[in-house]
Design a protein around this ligand. Sequence first.
Ligand code: VAH
Length: 316
Amino acid sequence: KILVTGALGQIGSELTMLLREIYGNDNVIASSRRKKEGHEELMESGVFEVLDITDGKKLAEVVKKHKVNTIINLAAILSAVGEQNPQQAWNININGLYNVLEVAREENCSVFTPSSIAVFGPTTPKDNTPQDTIQRPTTMYGVTKVAGELLCDYYYLKYGVDTRGVRFPGLISYKTLPGGGTTDYAVHIYYEALKNKKYTSFIAEGTKMDMMYMPDALNAVVQLLEANPDKLVHRNAFNITAMSFAPEDIAASIKKRIPEFEIDYDVDPVRQAIADSWPNSLDDSAAREEWGWDPKYDLDAMTEDMLEKLKVKLGL
Ligand code: VAH
C-alpha cells in the first residue's frame, strides 16, 4: 500500500491519480494537512486521510492502519514561500521528513521524497551542473532539500530503508497550481496568455532555469520507484531535467500559437535572487544511465498541450 503525503499539491494531485490507475484505488492512500476544494474526485476515489506530517504519532497510526509499505512524501513548503516563513519551511520539510523516515524505519517502508534544483547555490557550476558537485544553497528551501538528501542517504546506509528521490526542476502543469515556488512564472504565463494575451514576468529576461512538463515528472517517480535497486549508484538526488529556458523562450513558444501574445517584465527581487542562485542547466546522465530516465516533452510540445488543456479548463 502506498501513502502519498501532500496529495493535494501540484505534484501530489496528479501523482495520486496516476498511482491509483496503475496500482488500484484501494492501494493508494492520499493525505493532506487539510481537505481542499476542487479535489473531490481524488478525495472520493480512494482513502483520504487528513494528516500533518509534523505529527509523527498520527503518521505512524495512518501507516499501521492501512499497512502502508511505501511512503511518497510530497508535503513541503517551496522556495518563495519558504523565504517568507523559513521556520515553517524547516519544520515541514525536515521535521516532517524525519518523521516519515522514522516511521519507515520502524514499519519497514520504502520512501520516495523529491529534492530539487534548489539544492544548488551560487558556488555550484551553473551550466551542465554535475550529479555530484558543490551544494551551498542560499534559500531555506534549498537548505532543507540538501539536509533531506543527506538524511535519506543516512537512513538507507544506516538502517537499510529503501529511500529514493529525484532533484525536480521547475514543474509545469495545468491541473493544480504550484504552491509558491520561483519557477511558478512558467505556469502562470500560460493562464495569462489565454486570458489576457499578455504576461508580466516576475523573473527577468535571460534567466535560464531547468523545467519539465508534469507528465514527464510523474513518469520519473514511477520509473525510479520500479527501478532495480542493484543498479542505483545514486539514490535520493538524481538530477533530472527535460528542458532549460528563460522567460523570453517560453514567450516565443506561446507566440507561435497566439501571435498577439506579449511578455513584459516587473522583476521581483526576492524570487529573482533565488532564480539567479540556481543552475542554468543540469547534467542528468546519471538518471539516464541508472534507471532509464528519458523525458518526452520539449518546450513546444509542452506549450501545445498546456494551451489546449487550459482552454478546456478555463472554458475558453
Ligand atoms: C520552486 N517549483 O520553485 C519549486 C522547485 C526547482 C523549483 O523546487 O521552489
